[in-house]
Every structure is written in structure tokens, then in C-alpha cells.
Design a protein around this ligand. Structure first.
Ligand code: PMP
Length: 364
């Protein structure tokens, strides 16, 4: 069944059609239980199987070793901006932040309440169009961790490679909300990875945290129990009621990603999709402009403007009329943004590119 649109939203975002249809078929009476997932105990056998499978499939997708805990939490990635320093720092501990866009900036600002974060590089003066060369970053040798945002959802800059913390006791931490499971990642290079689910892997309401077990268990005394990683790890994400339905959808998505051949295959498809879109922008003779430096252009979020900004509204409205929806850029930056997460089919991007060429031809 085709829903008649291609949805370019930045998040909550399009999910695989097969997953939505499967959830629909299981919604009313989950596998003969007489209940939907959202009506049953989180400690019953059905949900227990769901959350265990979600975890084991995610471990397979990203080859996550048992040195790491995998947690399904609530509060969005925004809650992790506080949970990270609360769990890993004392109030006077320094921590390094690379600011490549709005999301890493928000993480840094929240951390100011709980530790002594330090901006070691900022792309603000260049309007967040770059990722630093790693030797330009002035790391503090005493920092507890180096925090990055793996993909800036608003500005469309994405790390293709990762910096190493300077000191061997420091760890790399990444917010991967908007490129989680879009490509293989060597988890062993990180101390902690977190991601809100609602871009690539599920609905809003669940946030995934992958954290090295030896780092947790010594949070600041003020840490609310809901933000204490050790508590959640010791209770297999069932310390309190988890976001059951959201975890269930993630489980369906992880299974689908494995069926598609895993993250290497997923990355190849994503690179192809992003490639044709960036090429269309580059070959438009300046009609469309993407300000992001070429080598760090995001495979997930493609922001662009029209040379004649008066045409942007019309572009977005006409695209919507043709079934390409939610193309408006973030309210803080304007312009157009095409989010092309895993579940956006190649045909959706091809249709957008054809529309862009046609729109340009009609506005010489
Ligand atoms: N980090 C990134 C990279 C994001 O894209 C977002 C949401 N757009 C957030 C953090 C905040 O996530 P949440 O809304 O789940 O708190």
C-alpha cells in the first residue's frame, strides 16, 4: 500500500512502510494475546521477548560487545544532555565539547549545569557548515570526555570519521540521534552513544543509550533515579515502565534493517540517495545552494536555499502538492531541508530531484 506521499520530515520521520503495516496488523491483537502491545504488562512474556529481541538485533546491527550496556530510556536525546555529565562527571570536572551546530550547542549549554564543559572548537562563525580538522581541536588533557554530535540535523553536517580524545582516560561521546543505524559505526571507539529514536529507528518516546559498563555506577548524588545509567543497566531497561510501544516499533525496524543486509548495505543506499540530491544542487548553476562543506555533507539531512529566497515558499508548497511533504527548513534557519533517512526510498529522492529541475526550468 502506497500512502501517496514522500515524507521528508526531520523527525518524527518516515518509517519503513513494511514496519507500519506489520504494526497495524499486530495492533489489535498482538500474536494471539488478546491485547495490543500498549495494553499489556511490561513484565509479561510478550513484551519481555520484544525488548530482548530489540536489544539483541541492535547488538548484531552495530556489533556491540558485552562490554557495553544497551538501554532503552525516555526523555528524548535532550535528557541525555544532562544525564551524560551527571553520570560521568563530578560538578568540577572539565569536559570538552565540539560545537558543530544547534544540537551540540544545546548539549554544551545543558552540561554547564552539571560539570565544567569547555568549547574546544565551534563552527558558529562559519554558520555551522564545517567539521574541524581533528588537530585543530584544542582538547583539555583533563577532560572526562569529548562530546560530539555525529550529525547535526538542522545544519546538515556529519562526521565521516571520529576524533580521538587526547588523554587515554578520556572517552568519546556522540549524540547520534539523526544518523543512528544509517551506517556501520565502530562502537568500541566510543564510551557512550545516544540517540532519540524518532529519525531512523522508531517513534519518539524512546532514546537509546549504548554505554561502556565500566564507566557507570558513580553518578553525582543529585542524579534522579531516572537518569542513572547503572540503575537502568542493572534492570535491563525495566526499572520502571519503559515506552513499550516505541520499543516494539524499534524492534520491528531493527529486524527490517537486518533483513535488508545490515548497516553496510543501508549506508550504500543512503550514499546513493544523498549523492543524487547533492549533485542536483551542485549542477543547478546556483539556483539551489547547500552551504555545507562538501566532505562533511550529511547523508541524512540535506539543507538548501534557493538563490531567490522569495521562491522558497512556492517551492515548498508546490512540492507538497505533488506529494513531497515536510520540506520546510528548521524554523531557526529557514530554507528547505530534505531529510532522507533510511526509510526514504530512492524513488522519493528521484522524484524530488526531478521536481527541482522542473521548478528551476519554470523560474528562469
Ligand atoms: N540531538 C539531535 C542531533 C537531534 O536531531 C535532536 C532532535 N531533533 C535532539 C538531539 C533532541 O532530541 P529530542 O527531541 O528527542 O529530545
Amino acid at each position: 500500500g502506497d500512502r501517496g506521499v514522500y515524507n521528508f520530515a526531520a523527525g518524527p520521520a518516515t518509517l519503513p512502510e513494511s514496519v507500519i503495516l506489520k504494526a497495524q496488523s499486530e495492533l489489535y491483537n498482538y500474536r494471539g494475546s488478546g491485547m495490543s502491545i500498549m495494553e499489556m504488562s511490561h513484565r509479561g512474556k510478550e513484551f519481555d521477548a520484544v525488548i530482548k529481541k530489540a536489544e539483541s538485533d541492535l547488538r548484531r546491527l552495530l556489533s556491540i560487545s558485552d562490554d557495553f550496556a544497551v538501554l532503552f530510556l525516555q526523555g528524548g536525546a535532550t535528557t541525555q544532555f544532562a544525564a551524560v555529565p551527571l553520570n560521568l562527571c563530578k560538578p568540577d570536572d572539565p569536559a570538552d565539547y565540539i560545537i558543530t551546530g544547534s544540537w551540540s550547542d544545546k548539549a554544551y549549554k545543558e552540561a554547564q549545569k552539571f560539570c565544567k564543559p569547555n568549547v574546544v572548537w565551534s563552527g558558529k562563525s562559519e554558520k555551522y557548515t564545517k567539521i574541524p580538522f581533528f588537530d585543530e581541536i584544542r582538547q583539555n588533557p583533563d577532560a572526562k570526555y569529548l562530546h560530539i554530535c555525529g550529525n547535526e540535523t538542522i545544519h546538515g553536517v556529519e562526521y565521516k570519521d571520529y576524533p580521538e580524545p587526547k588523554n587515554k582516560n578520556s572517552i568519546l561521546i556522540a549524540d547520534m540521534s539523526s544518523n543512528f543505524c544509517s551506517k556501520p559505526v565502530d562502537v568500541s571507539k566510543f564510551g557512550l552513544i545516544y540517540a532519540g529514536a524518532q529519525k531512523n529507528v522508531g517513534p519518539s518516546g524512546v532514546t537509546i543509550v549504548i554505554v561502556r559498563r565500566d564507566l557507570i555506577g558513580d553518578p553525582q548524588p543529585i542524579t534522579p533515579v531516572m537518569l542513572d545509567y547503572k540503575i537502568h543497566a542493572d534492570n535491563a531497561s525495566l526499572y520502571n515502565t519503559p515506552p513499550c510501544f516505541a520499543v516494539y516499533i524499534c524492534a520491528l525496524v531493527f529486524e527490517d534493517l537486518l533483513d535488508q543486509g545490515g548497516l553496510q548495505a543501508v549506508e550504500e543506499r543512503n550514499a546513493k540517495k544523498a549523492g543524487i540530491l547533492y549533485e542536483a544542487i551542485e549542477r543547478s548553476g546556483g539556483f539551489y545552494v547547500c552551504p555545507v562543506e562538501k566532505s562533511v555533507k550529511s547523508l541524512m539531512n540535506v539543507p538548501f536555499t534557493l538563490q531567490n529566497s522569495d521562491l522558497e515558499k512556492k517551492f515548498i508548497a508546490e512540492a507538497a502538492k505533488e506529494g513531497m511533504i515536510q520540506l520546510k527548513g528548521h524554523r531557526s534557519v529557514g530554507g528547505v531541508r530534505a531529510s532522507i533517512y533510511n526509510a526514504m526510498p530512492l524513488a522519493g529522492v528521484e522524484k524530488l530531484v526531478a521536481f527541482m529541475k522542473d521548478f528551476q526550468a519554470r523560474h528562469p
